[in-house]
Design a protein around this ligand. Sequence first.
Ligand code: BG6
Ligand code: MG
Length: 218
Amino acid sequence: MSNKGFIFDLDGVIVDTAKYHFLAWKKLANQLGFEFTKEENELFKGVSRKRCLEILLDIGKIEASQEQFDIWMVEKNVDYLHYIENMDESEILPDVPKVLQFLKDNNIPIALGSASKNARPILEKVKLLHYFDAIVDGNNVTKAKPDPEVFLLAAKQLGVDAKDCVVFEDAVAGIEAANAANMISIGIGERNILNEADYIFSDFTEMENDFIQELLNR
Ligand code: BG6
Ligand code: MG
């Protein structure tokens, strides 16, 4: 058994759910009488649902009681659940199964490290749940990314030292969390956004098995 562990973020790394989060937040913003743009949605990547609503209300300059805040949190999620209801394997991002299978073939433990409270049902829908030896998500952590808690907990569950973990992330907050955890951070997305990552790939189709093998040999 290898002493390495691999940790995957979910939204934007395994599946392209950012578009559904965007639609649900946009609907709420419009209902409250203001616009919400794709550029603003960038700030929401990797960020907890609660923090997203706080940012959204800041954008709309809206103040809310705790009770109203909680109602909007539920409304957004009900809407999001509606969007993801019919997700299937076709929404897996390119070459994700190839990387997961390579790691499995090499007996490398795999964890999910996601801010989402909907992570498990999404992995079930896209039929990737069986690859994961540990799942740490928004239901298990008290501190959101960029705090390293989610990844440290994932490493612990895998029984692997933090310094021996590799993290795949599409969000700035996630790269910061991986770096703070002293893990190898691999950005999946745009170079100019993810420049704090140790390595950056635009997607998994660019990542050869040899690259992963090198990480395993380190
Ligand atoms: C992260 C997404 O993975 O999960 C964020 O990048 C999202 O955009 C967060 O806000 C929380 O997700 P959920 O499913 O618990 O609302
Ligand atoms: Mg993400």
